[in-house]
Design a protein around this ligand. Sequence first.
Ligand code: AMP
Ligand code: ZN
Length: 396
Amino acid sequence: MAEKKLSFAPAIDIPEHLVGQVQAKLAYVDELVASAHITKDGSQVEITLRKTVDALRAAEIEAKVQRVVEEMAADAIQPKVEVLEDYLDRPVPNKTDPMEELIARGEVSQEETGIYTLGPLLTRLIDYFERRFLDLAGYFDAEPYRFPTLISARFLDRVDYFSAFPHSLTFATHLREDLDVINQFAENAAYEDGGLNAPGDSFSRIQALLSPAVCYHLYFSLADHPLPDGKLVATAVGNCFRYESTNLTSLERMWDFTMREVIFVGSKDFVLENREKSRAFMQDVFKEIGLAYRVETANDPFFVGEFRKQVAFQTAFQLKYEIRASLPFKDSSLAIGSYNYHQDFFGRHLDITMPDGSPIHTGCTAFGLERVAFAFLSQYGFELENWPEPVREAIK
Ligand code: AMP
Ligand code: ZN
């Protein structure tokens, strides 16, 4: 029988707390998957395919889904989510999805899937939030840095990035230095069927990727040396790239987005104390902005094979706290930032040492700028008189 929709029970129960994370990974199971949904109670998987397939192909896709479910959900123990701040019920005036209005006003224009141009209102709003994040950086006397958009494949390998997040990588390549290859490309290159038609062997081997995060660049620049003062606080803003496949929807999940980070390098106590200080500082900022949000323990979106081990580790040591802003129009929340502690992971992998020879510890506070603006508009809408005064004044 020909099928375009697959619906089946998972081979093992998917506990409710994992439903969202398993569902997000199903986008990467097969190129024919157009969308994937797991019911809230984890009892049913529903897949929509891009075209009708025969029973054999359908069974193949189902088997791959079952592998993901088993690897991610077997023997899952529900982590205890610790809530550090809860202002989710801060009253906010808006309940509608701002995306439609943003598109109608020409404030958001989609250049490609997950790639957006932002207009004056969003830009001013982001500039305002940026100034608040720079206040945080100023509070720590953070040194300003500028980092490249490309990131070294050699260094990403040193920090095991490829096994942790292979699914969301974006590669940078160029034509091979070969007269025939370049001429052929120049003569024949055309955009066809959703992509460039150039043969795969026209392209060079991969030395660089598009950067998935900001703070990595700082650690790479410090690699293989002792850190002279034994401590450093830095700040930078940069474009970040995470290929999120069919999960790329609206400003909530972009392929190319912008992140501001404040980065702490030093002893364990130095990093942990500063992570707490930045949380306390931002608590006041978010109050002024009137944001409804909460801060809770979280984990990074590791790929299937590394998921269980890494999540257990991150949870056990409370390495990540997420700032989750409420999205009233869909009765859910969106991570607009995170407070991270990496222990001595980068110190060990990159051989960055304290004056006493021990590996340095690192941590960072990171904000997704488009998401902050999107969450704010979701909560406050477009009527400026409804906005908290400091934001309204800054936008005028
Ligand atoms: P992370 O390093 O994963 O904690 O990311 C830091 C912040 O970047 C998140 O809290 C989000 O606000 C933002 N972010 C991460 N991925 C995306 C994405 N695909 N689209 C837009 N913003 C993102
Ligand atoms: Zn970081």
